[in-house]
Design a protein around this ligand. Sequence first.
Ligand SMILES: [Zn+2]
Length: 248
Amino acid sequence: MNGSLDQLIEMSRQLGDPALDLVILGEGNTSTRADAATFWVKGSGTQLIQADQGSFVRVKFEPILAALNRHSMNDKDVADLLKSSTVEGTRTPSIETFLHAQCLELPGVHFVGHTHPTVAVGLLSCLKSRELFAGPLFPDQIVLTGASCAYVPYTDPGLPLAKSVQRELRQFTHLHHRVPRVLLMENHGVIALGATAQEVLNITNMLVKSCRVLALTLAGGGPRFLAPDQIDRIDKRPDELARRADMK
Ligand SMILES: [Zn+2]
């Protein structure tokens, strides 16, 4: 079996562990690159906790990425495209296949994990959720999830959401000169971008912890974000860079 698919299956099962409260039932989806032209993505109607080889389909990048540049497509055209782009597997690719394709095209990103952690969805459904996530609160958060995260306003799932993600990714990389490790999706959930399956798990776990910390700050007057010089110091410290590399 394909090595990256093995790792994707294991990563998906771990993300689906009920004890972590990241997803229930069919929530969430995951992906990894299969080769230069194709990627594995979760099939529709499957559960992360029960992931196996039959849960995933292999899909061509080119027609999926090309759809992102079209003005709009109706639901039937999207369904037909997902079907005609599938080269292996019997299931229909997840409706978020468009989102996964562009994330896997980012430099250094080989695994993608999209989940709906209860604490994150709660905070992302607050009236001022963008402001709540405007900065980091503690050093390990910066090491794992980065000095800042991309924020995607609520959009209809599927192709419209993927287009919003495309816009926010462009803005983020233009502003920060790097790829984000996390995308926060308003009223929806989170996406972790990793070089390895383990990194997606680490980033997701730290993101959930930072959401719990953030929720606690609301009982004491709101978050006190670290100052820019403090953030910069952690982000560039040689020991922290080494720790970040060790955890991949
Ligand atoms: Zn979702």
